[in-house]
Design a protein around this ligand. Sequence first.
Ligand code: CP
Ligand code: NVA
Length: 320
Amino acid sequence: MMPNTPRHFLVDTDLAPAEQAEVLDLAEIMKQRRYDFQPLAGPQTGIVMFDKTSTRTRVSFAAGLTELGGSPLVINPGESQMGHKESIYDSAKVFERMVSVVIWRTYAHAGIQELADNSAIPVINALTDDYHPCQVLADLQTIREAKGTTQGLAMTYLGDAANNMANSYLLGGATAGMHVRIAGPEGFLPDDAVVATATRRAEMTGGSILVTTNAADALADADVVVTDTWISMGQEDETEMRLELFKEYSVDADAMAQAAGDAIFLHCLPAYRGYEVSPEVIDGPQSRVFDEAENRLHAQKALIAWLLYASGLAEIPADL
Ligand code: CP
Ligand code: NVA
């Protein structure tokens, strides 16, 4: 068997700006011609493995693999040997003999990096403690639909600015040429290394990065306002402290009034109404959260197909 060099998607910057644009173009086509592309017909299997709970990620990857002509094998927390009875290396060597792609939601990012480093098939990050890049692809698709482009638009994130969504907005937004503004309290801002990488990306694409503790500075005239839960999976013990700490970064009607008049609101969901977002915003006319959730399906189908094409593991359809 010829060795191949698989393309993985672990961090938003694993796609160069032109490659991210190709995936988003393909996502638009996948949405319009939903059942036309079957690069996994054969049939082939994709593993969708979870160490944390999920609704959207689980359903969108399972449905997406089916629509691409393959079969999803969903492995729930605690159901495989990997990580407790068996090493990541041995698991990677087994998976690549049997399936076409591995999608994994886990805690430490180092684990998925190790899996990918030892895998001859594409590995996709379905959320780690540090990044949630598939979510940001769906967000970018939603922004394109609402605004026609991502280039040059200002996207403001308020809240827990040290979490996986904040990091992925920085890196994915900068890759898409956006002006990404991140606001959260001191001590809960993104790591310098992530900000430096995002800044370098923004210099390539004409975007920019602002990290601040001042919500008003971040919100002024924003085209897109986003937030996320203040208590990510695994942080439940810190609930009381977090609810107090982040409350001035809630996206309510006052916050939306500081953004552009035609700004849209996004949230990866699950959302906690009355905490990071008020009901009048998430259930109001500027909210696009259910388009965003639907786009997980289309963006991830496009991503899987693109990674298979780029890895030389599937043929690009002639009519694409
Ligand atoms: N947004 C998101 O990833 O949702 P789930 O945790 O339900 O998969
Ligand atoms: N930051 C959240 C995202 C959930 C989709 C978490 O990690 O729990």
